[in-house]
Design a protein around this ligand. Structure first.
Ligand code: NAD
Length: 354
């Protein structure tokens, strides 16, 4: 297959690109605007592979997209490009509306026009896979059922509302025009190459410097954590075996409170980096509770039984094995995260990092 991937320089997109180049014979064209969240060094390990290519492009640029489809002639699209950080959406929602809604619409239209020109066999085989989040379902009470593929949408934040809108557009393009679409809704990812402002890398890197570990509210919010490489495998299973028009939930069966996650990281650092920054007796002493995020969802938890039953996918990592790999990766890959942190300090964006 020739797969067009959007957002392949981001956290999950780069894991998908690495997975496809390393584990399949497919080719990838990665198109990415390279916003603050895009980082081509995450692709250094496969950058010279002849099956991989890159083009810097905004998915809102219709003419640019048309040219890419005409020249590359993709067999499938995996759409991951998005503005993805909830805190940034609360501060400045405009980019989320633009990229997540207008950008998805633009990509759908260009893909539809291209798909309509394909000859019969290629047309039947074509797939448009939209990668989305479990946050579109809103949040759950402590004892509620898990999110299934038929849970009603009830997004709470500008981020999740923009992702919900894009999911609706994708479903409409399937129902109205017959574009062969697939949608996946996944829980919180973690793992290598995660941008340093997100919870897990933020805590690891702040702890290493002896900085406070900011926990929203009382840290009781529950997330279902999935190792990013498990997500990449799931996405490949869906694009190759998924049924057109269907939605698949993807989750890790790893519900943890934010406080448990931070405490686990502190425990691993005690073991792996016993030589602590000056004045720090225990990493856990750095935990510091801050004012809760407005509209903060209490609990997300995914029922991923459909993708297991129908496509045979299940996560390979437990939270314990995945978080250990993740902490070890950040300890070994300062060359990746140090320049990003420097950039955030320079732009005075450090407020986000606690
Ligand atoms: P990310 O922020 O790390 O990466 C997003 C990528 O998209 C970046 O490389 C960025 O440069 C690119 N991009 C942004 N705007 C663009 C535009 N207008 N045109 C082209 N490229 C653009 O995000 P991520 O965490 O890798 O998430 C990828 C997708 O998966 C998103 O759609 C997100 O909603 C979804 N998702 C994320 C999680 C998670 O836990 N991170 C969970 C479920 C679903």
């Amino acid at each position: 297959m020739r797969i067009l991937i959007t957002g392949g320089a981001g956290f999950i997109g780069s894991a998908v690109v690495r997975y496809i180049i390393n584990h399949t014979q497919d080719s990838v064209l990665n198109i990415d605007k390279l916003t603050y969240a895009g980082n081509l060094t995450s692709l250094d390990s496969i950058n010279n592979n002849p099956r991989y290519s890159f083009k810097q492009l905004d998915i809102c640029n219709q003419a640019g997209l048309k040219q890419v489809f005409t020249e590359y002639q993709p067999d499938a699209v995996m759409h991951l490009a998005a503005e993805s950080h909830v805190d940034r959406a609360i501060d400045a929602p405009a980019a989320f509306i633009q990229t997540n809604i207008v950008g998805t619409y633009t990509l759908l239209e260009v893909a539809r026009q291209y798909w309509q020109t394909l000859e019969r066999d290629k047309k039947l085989a074509f797939r448009f896979h939209h990668i989305s989040t479990d946050e579109v379902y809103g949040d759950l009470g402590g004892t509620d059922e898990l999110f299934t593929e038929t849970t009603a949408y009830a997004p709470s934040s500008p981020y999740s509302a923009s992702k919900a809108s894009s999911d609706h557009l994708v479903r409409a393009w399937y129902r109205t025009y017959g574009l062969p679409t697939l949608i996946t809704n996944c829980s919180n990812n973690y793992g290598p190459y995660h941008f340093p402002e997100k919870l897990i890398p933020l805590m690891i890197l702040n702890a290493l410097k002896g900085f406070p570990l900011p926990v929203y509210g009382d840290g009781s919010q529950i997330r279902d954590w999935l190792f990013v490489e498990d997500h990449a495998r799931a996405l490949y299973a869906v694009i190759t075996q998924g049924k057109i028009g269907e939605t698949y939930n993807i989750g890790g069966y790893n519900e943890k409170t934010n406080l448990e996650v931070v405490q686990t990281i502190c425990g691993l650092l005690e073991e792996l980096v016993p030589n602590k920054p000056d004045g720090v007796k225990s990493y856990k002493d750095l935990i510091h509770y801050v004012k809760d995020r407005p509209g903060h969802d209490l609990r997300y938890a995914i029922d991923a039984s459909k993708i297991t039953r129908e496509l045979g996918w299940r996560p390979q990592e437990t939270f314990e094995s995945g978080i250990r790999k993740t902490v070890a990766w950040y300890l070994q890959n300062e060359a990746w995260w140090h320049p990003i942190l420097e950039g955030l300090y320079k732009k005075n964006d450090y407020g986000r990092l606690g």
